[in-house]
Ligand binder design. Structure first.
Ligand code: SF4
Length: 219
């Protein structure tokens, strides 16, 4: 009895993990290119556009808070903010929470550019909308796990996501909405998890690990 001969692609394919990584790289390049085109059109660098978009989404922040949220070094943020202030797109004011820090607030023109910058990933949302609901759920679950792994390696900022938030209570009830947000005191399902929540408060490192383990028990 002879076994089935392996097909050409059984013997000549990279592992699916490698092809996913290549696919993500291509998507990353498309996003980067789009961001540059949009930013250049507005006379901004991509980082300056991201700063305005973050201030529009989150309200006034300090340079340090921007650095943590964007995963960009403080000197790079300071350089970009200096240019934004010179262009009258951002103003500085005293931060009542930290006497030695400045709060950065977009001016009306800065806010309108920031709102435009926030819509940059829309071309990506259109592409994702073409996936079936089941594909979107699987994709989202994979994205949350990948971002969490990259956060562990210090490659992605640890902000904005439920799974690193002090208010997140994973798998605390049965059913389709097993998680709980203590900030708004409401249940949420795995597909409702936030990845860019303005109310996010970073949990301590040990608590983050515990929450992730608890989350993964049913993920
Ligand atoms: S505050 Fe935001 S990030 Fe935190 S658990 Fe609630 S929804 Fe998630």
């Amino acid at each position: 009895m002879t076994g089935k001969r392996p097909g050409y692609f059984d013997e000549n394919s990279e592992p699916i993990s490698a092809r996913i990584a290549t696919g993500l790289h291509k998507i990353g390049l498309a996003m980067k290119q789009q961001s540059w085109q949009q930013a250049n059109g507005a006379g901004l660098s991509a980082t300056q556009g991201q700063i305005l978009a973050t201030l529009v989404a989150n309200g006034p922040l300090t340079g340090k808070e921007l650095s943590e949220r964007l995963g960009v070094t403080l000197p790079t943020i300071s350089d970009s903010v200096r240019v934004l202030v010179e262009k009258a797109l951002v103003t500085r004011s005293a931060d009542p929470r930290h006497p030695r820090a400045s709060l950065l607030t977009p001016t009306a023109t800065g806010a309108s550019l920031g709102a435009r910058a926030r819509s940059w990933p829309e071309f990506m949302a259109d592409a994702v909308a073409d996936l079936s609901p089941e594909e979107q759920r699987a994709f989202f679950a994979g994205i949350v796990k990948m971002i969490r792994m990259l956060q562990e390696q210090g490659l992605v900022p640890v902000t904005g996501m439920c799974v690193t938030c002090t208010h997140f209570r994973p798998n605390v009830r049965p059913g389709t909405s097993p998680h709980h947000c203590a900030f708004v005191d409401a249940p949420l399902s795995s597909e409702q998890l936030r990845v860019d929540c303005p109310e996010h408060e970073l949990a301590a490192e040990s608590a983050r690990r515990e929450v992730w383990e608890q989350f993964m028990r049913r993920a």
